[in-house]
Ligand binder design. Sequence first.
Ligand SMILES: *[C@@H]1O[C@H](CO)[C@@H](O)[C@H](O)[C@H]1NC(C)=O
Ligand SMILES: *[C@@H]1O[C@H](CO)[C@@H](O)[C@H](O)[C@H]1NC(C)=O
Ligand SMILES: *[C@@H]1O[C@H](CO)[C@@H](O)[C@H](O)[C@H]1NC(C)=O
Ligand SMILES: *[C@@H]1O[C@H](CO)[C@@H](O)[C@H](O)[C@H]1NC(C)=O
Ligand SMILES: *[C@@H]1O[C@H](CO)[C@@H](O)[C@H](O)[C@H]1NC(C)=O
Ligand SMILES: *[C@@H]1O[C@H](CO)[C@@H](O)[C@H](O)[C@H]1NC(C)=O
Ligand SMILES: *[C@@H]1O[C@H](CO)[C@@H](O)[C@H](O)[C@H]1NC(C)=O
Ligand SMILES: *[C@@H]1O[C@H](CO)[C@@H](O)[C@H](O)[C@H]1NC(C)=O
Length: 901
Amino acid sequence: MARSTRGAMADWSWLLLLLLGLAGVLQVRGQRAPDSTGFVSIDCGLPEQAGGYADAATKLPYVPDGAFTDAGSNRDISPEYIKPSLSKRYLNVRSFPGAARGCYTLPSTVARGSKYLLRATFLYGNYDGLGKLPVFDLHLGVNFWRTVNITTADKPQMAEIIAVVPDESVQVCLVDTGSGTPFISALDLRPVRDTLYPQANATQALVLVDRSNLGVSGAALVRYPEDPYDRVWIPWSEIDSNEWAEISTPEKVKELADLRFNAPSAVMQTAIAPRNGSRSASSRTIELSWDAAPNHAYPDPEVIGIVYFAELEVVAGGAARQFEMAINGKLWSKAPFTPQHLICDAFFNSEAHRGFGGHYNITLKATANSTLLPTINAAEFFSVVSTANVATDAKDVVAMAAIKAKYEVKKNWAGDPCAPKTLVWEGLNCSYTISMPPRITRLNMSFGGLSGSIPSHFANLKAIKYLDLSYNNFTGSIPNALSELPFLVALDLTGNQLNGSIPSGLMKRIQDGSLTLRYGKNPNLCSNGSSCEPTKKKSKSMFAVYIVVPILAVVVIGALAMLLLLILRKKQGSRKGSVKPQNEASGVHSQSRNSNTHSMLQLDHRRFTYKDLQVMTNNFKTVLGRGGFGSVYDGFLADGTQVAVKLRSESSSQGIREFLTEAQTLTKIHHKNLVSMVGYCKDGEYMALVYEHMSEGNLEDKLRGKDSNSRSLTWRQRLRIAMESAQGLEYLHVACSPAFVHRDVKTSNILLNVDLEAKVADFGLLKAFNQDGDTHVSTARLVGTRGYLAPEYAAALQLTEKSDVYSFGVVLLEVITGRPPILQCPEPTNIIQWVRQHLARGNIEDVADIHIQGDYDINSVWKVADIALKCTAQAPTQRPTMTKVVAQLQECLKLEEQHID
Ligand SMILES: *[C@@H]1O[C@H](CO)[C@@H](O)[C@H](O)[C@H]1NC(C)=O
Ligand SMILES: *[C@@H]1O[C@H](CO)[C@@H](O)[C@H](O)[C@H]1NC(C)=O
Ligand SMILES: *[C@@H]1O[C@H](CO)[C@@H](O)[C@H](O)[C@H]1NC(C)=O
Ligand SMILES: *[C@@H]1O[C@H](CO)[C@@H](O)[C@H](O)[C@H]1NC(C)=O
Ligand SMILES: *[C@@H]1O[C@H](CO)[C@@H](O)[C@H](O)[C@H]1NC(C)=O
Ligand SMILES: *[C@@H]1O[C@H](CO)[C@@H](O)[C@H](O)[C@H]1NC(C)=O
Ligand SMILES: *[C@@H]1O[C@H](CO)[C@@H](O)[C@H](O)[C@H]1NC(C)=O
Ligand SMILES: *[C@@H]1O[C@H](CO)[C@@H](O)[C@H](O)[C@H]1NC(C)=O
């Protein structure tokens, strides 16, 4: 009663029928473009010089494949598989040895967003002499299509998909899955009407499992021109004549007006019914089953079935044919169904069925009222695949295609550059945002053997952040167009033959701190913007790195804490030229009722003139400290508030707008554990930042005391300082919008006020996370301090919040041990290693600072050490978040407080 289970690839004998008597082949010349129907028919592996020809069965023109792919090689099948009956397109194949992915690019012959039927056929024929049947994957563009499991060497196998093609072209890619070399015999593209197969839409496609023409065992395939879309209707030949009777009519069958599946009349003119006296007849049912071929991408495929009916017999007076349909035992049809005479109708599901591991059966059962048994004319069965993956941004693709073509890059550069993620092009990194096209963010063509001038295509990768063209043979000058890449933060041109000077646009980007340029080992390049002589031999240093530091960084010593800020806040509103309230939002809000200009002015109140600074600092009389990029002066605002004024020493060409934007951003960040910025100055060439004054200096000095008189911090004080600075960092990471990475977390950047409350300083070097959803931020320049740098930052200039966590782990170790991040004992040793080694011996006393000996709860020290070591894990993903660190330090503090009490 049931027919045997079939999968699309389980039995290919149907196709053989097609091949019978097709030996004669017409030669057609110059068939390159798709013909008037929009069909594209490609004989894969056919040599170019052979030219095109018309297929004997369909008369459709087939063309060689050279124009559609640049990968793989042409091979002929073994002579023993060549039979007169074999279609010409199976005589040769294109195979893709050694390539992760080999692709064909087919034109979208109708319009963007149109629907197509794509069909790939495969006949192995031992073309490679290995006698091994391969298994590989097919992708349609960036989406998985199906696994191709070649099961016989001598019969063609077919893969078909009905899909909407969103772009001007579509790629069909063969993906090596490690089970043999992918190959292909032929590739067909057929436009179909958009209303055909409504289940195929922009986000899902239909993969053919089976398309059967029933009641014509032994007959030929029905396809083009009977089927205008060149679908291949395969005769159901597993006919058991004891079980089934074949019915047919010479009369044409019309389609129900609004059905729109366009099943050819030739297919509908035949049907099967249970033979009188058979088991199917006694149960009054027809049962058909399919196996939707589960694969690694779709272990439980969802399916769509379409069952076609037409009454082929004249149903006399009292007789009636009426049946119900069920799929896997579940009623499918809403009401009993009676086929109409010579009218094609169909049952189908709009929403896919799922949940049966790909095994489905359909039952047609006569109702009690029916005097006749059910009949069925044709059936199609599809599995559903998602086409929701989007291709890489079109402009990025075009740029990469041009670069690939210019340099004839082989590597694994085939298919889409960024998608799927498992097949990203070598040397590329991309950013992925849900349902947005991926963008290229990093391109490494180092040691690529590239020569000639740097082509403008690189400047078309508009989302790129890191571009590495080092150690090639590029000549000519550096294109200024690269300066227009808005997100570019690192450009490496080391080791080329470039000449001329660094173009002004790039120079500006370097100076405003938004770009790091490496250009060493270019003997003819002048580093000096104006004059153009070859650079002197550089010292041994690997790179010449331009670093122009945006001013910032605080070295604050002196007095004044929250109390003063509170006073400041109170007095503020009334004073011109003084400081705004700490709460920016409320400040602006309350004063901006009048007009926008007014609120702009309010913002500007944080801005000081150089003259203001002179007054404030008594003409820069008292130097509090000197940092790498300027000095810090003691100062007082008009209301008596003590401040620290950080003045940049050299003049700078940093754009005023950039500086103001940055400074205004900083003035908006407020947290009790972050040092507040009071205002800033950009006056001519002078730039300065004005900070709140922190009387107790920094944690580094407190731990490894500059003045030996000062009493050492107790363990409890240390713990509180650690917890508070962790809170400051957590605020930057979590509460700040956009979030910030500090970049230079270290004990000298943790400042203490008169109450020994900790505040994190120097987050002026932060850059906002990029808006494109990428999870790492780039460095505008090399920042950070030896001993604190996270390994991924040191290695790849990649900074995330987790890099801060790493540095904070080092801070915690210093807090425990009182020792510097790099110990001299006697070899320079990293504190992390040192602590790990000692703790391995199980003795916390060995590492704890001698100044706190005895005065602590040993458990809380162990716990902090444990947190520190987790923070300093090599892999960023293994480090905790600052939120977690804060929570754990709070627990430690509780432990410690219990100890003391
Ligand atoms: C390919 O087909 C063979 C024979 O049907 C089967 O044994 C094998 O498991 C299949 N391989 C894959 C990867 O599906
Ligand atoms: C495609 O069809 C599926 C199933 O009906 C539906 O969930 C999905 O939203 C459709 N997609 C589009 C773009 O219409
Ligand atoms: C079954 O038998 C009836 C009556 O004998 C006959 O009319 C009908 O055509 C037969 N059906 C088939 C499918 O053989
Ligand atoms: C058809 O599917 C139903 C539900 O999965 C199952 O109970 C039944 O045995 C199946 N019939 C056949 C012949 O596989
Ligand atoms: C079957 O026939 C009876 C009597 O003619 C009728 O009342 C009933 O609605 C019919 N059932 C169906 C499902 O057509
Ligand atoms: C960037 O791509 C390289 C391969 O080209 C890969 O090894 C590396 O892990 C990628 N980096 C990121 C952050 O994805
Ligand atoms: C860039 O590519 C070169 C050569 O393939 C490689 O040596 C280098 O490590 C790569 N750089 C990065 C940052 O991945
Ligand atoms: C650059 O060119 C020189 C000679 O033109 C050649 O010797 C050298 O190998 C090339 N270097 C690279 C990295 O391709």
